[in-house]
Design a protein around this ligand. Structure first.
Ligand code: MN
Length: 200
């Protein structure tokens, strides 16, 4: 069963004005679609063709770079669409908020550290909130790598991720990654981050 581009649960314009509709549409229908197509092409006819995305990530060091780049791209963007939603933003609550307070000092401090990880990722990549199994940590990865990959410096389950490739923000924010990251907090779907935190 080949991988498929997931449908978004909201319209391309639903995250306006923080994420503009044109960027959302190109990002989903062109960039994410290309990762899916190229991943399927890279796996076609090989022994890894029927493996899950999780299996691919966990064994990525043994796989061709096209699987790393495009499999990572497919996983990362699927997560990215889900951890954003219209009418979101604000703060998490309950156990997730308690955990952020415990590991980072406060929610505000968490936001500052996460934003810093995203700002200081040179070139293209992602910043992450990661559950290592024993604690929550912040990391960033280059290109389309992610914390599920066996090559990741910090391994664990991604709870929240932000795309800092220029294609994610250039049309609206041009080179102003800081403004894009500030806007990102207005669309974070904390319900979904909490679902991931609870291991569902
Ligand atoms: Mn992207």
């Amino acid at each position: 069963m080949a991988f498929e581009l997931p449908k978004l649960s909201y319209d391309y314009a639903a995250l306006e004005p923080h994420m503009d509709a044109r960027t959302m549409e190109i990002h989903h229908t062109k960039h994410h679609q290309a990762y899916v197509t190229n991943l399927n092409n890279a796996l076609a006819g090989g022994e890894w063709e029927s493996k899950s995305l999780g299996d691919l990530m966990a064994n990525i060091s043994k796989l061709p770079v096209a699987v790393r780049n495009n499999g990572g791209g497919h996983y990362n963007h699927t997560l990215f669409w889900e951890i954003m939603a219209p009418g979101s933003g604000g703060m998490p609550s309950g156990d997730l908020l308690d955990a952020l307070n415990r590991y980072f000092g406060s929610f505000e401090k968490f936001r500052e550290l996460f934003t810093n990880a995203a700002m200081t990722r040179f070139g293209s990549g992602w910043a992450w909130l990661v559950n290592t199994g024993s604690e929550l940590k912040i990391s960033s990865t280059p290109n389309q790598d992610n914390p599920l990959m066996d090559v990741a410096e910090l391994k664990g389950t991604p709870l929240l991720g932000v795309d800092v490739w220029e294609h994610a923000y250039y049309l609206k924010y041009q080179n102003r990654r800081n403004e894009y990251l500030a806007a990102f907090w207005n669309v974070v779907n904390w319900k979904e981050v909490d679902r991931r935190f609870r291991g569902e």
